[in-house]
Design a binder for this molecule. Structure first.
Ligand SMILES: [Zn+2]
Length: 138
C-alpha cells in the first residue's frame, strides 16, 4: 500500500495484528453465514473512521503513496467494510491448499480459482500433482 518502508513500533505491529485478525474473523463469519463479533466490528469501525492514506499526484504523472501505520490500518479497515458490504464478498474464498489460511477474492471470469496465489499455493499444488503422476504405479 506504500511505495516505501516506514518505521514500525511494537504497538504498531500489535495494532496491525489486531486488525488482521478482526478482518479474518469478520470475513469468515460472513462466509459461514454468522454475524461477526461485536468487538471485531467495533475495532474495524474505529480504524475505518481514522484518516486514511491519500495518494499524492507527482508532476511526472505518477503517484506517490506514503503515510503512517495508522493510515494504512485505517485504509485496510475501510476496504474491509466496502468488501463485506459490497458484491465482491460473494467471491471471497478460502485457499484450497492444506495448511493455508489465506482468503482471496476470486475475480476470475469462471470463478474457478482454487488457491490464494499461483506463485505460492498454486505452484505447490502443481508440483505435488506432478510428483503424484511421476510416482511408479504398483
Ligand atoms: Zn494459499
Amino acid at each position: 500500500m506504500l511505495d516505501g518502508a516506514i518505521g514500525v513500533t511494537v504497538d504498531d505491529l500489535n495494532a496491525a495484528i489486531d486488525v488482521r485478525e478482526a478482518v479474518y474473523r469478520t470475513v469468515i463469519a460472513r462466509l459461514e453465514g454468522r454475524r461477526p463479533k461485536s468487538a471485531d466490528v467495533d475495532l474495524l469501525n474505529k480504524w475505518a473512521a481514522e484518516p486514511q492514506l491519500t495518494p499524492q499526484l507527482l508532476r511526472s504523472g505518477g503517484i506517490r503513496r506514503a503515510g503512517t501505520v495508522a493510515q494504512v490500518l485505517s485504509s485496510v479497515a475501510a476496504d474491509l467494510l466496502d468488501l463485506v458490504a459490497g458484491p465482491d464478498i460473494e467471491n471471497v474464498k478460502r485457499c484450497a491448499h492444506d495448511g493455508c489460511t489465506r482468503l482471496y477474492v476470486d475475480s476470475s471470469r469462471a470463478k474457478n480459482r482454487h488457491w490464494c496465489g499461483m506463485g505460492t499455493c498454486g505452484n505447490k499444488a502443481k508440483v505435488r500433482a506432478f510428483r503424484e503422476r511421476q510416482r511408479p504405479q504398483p
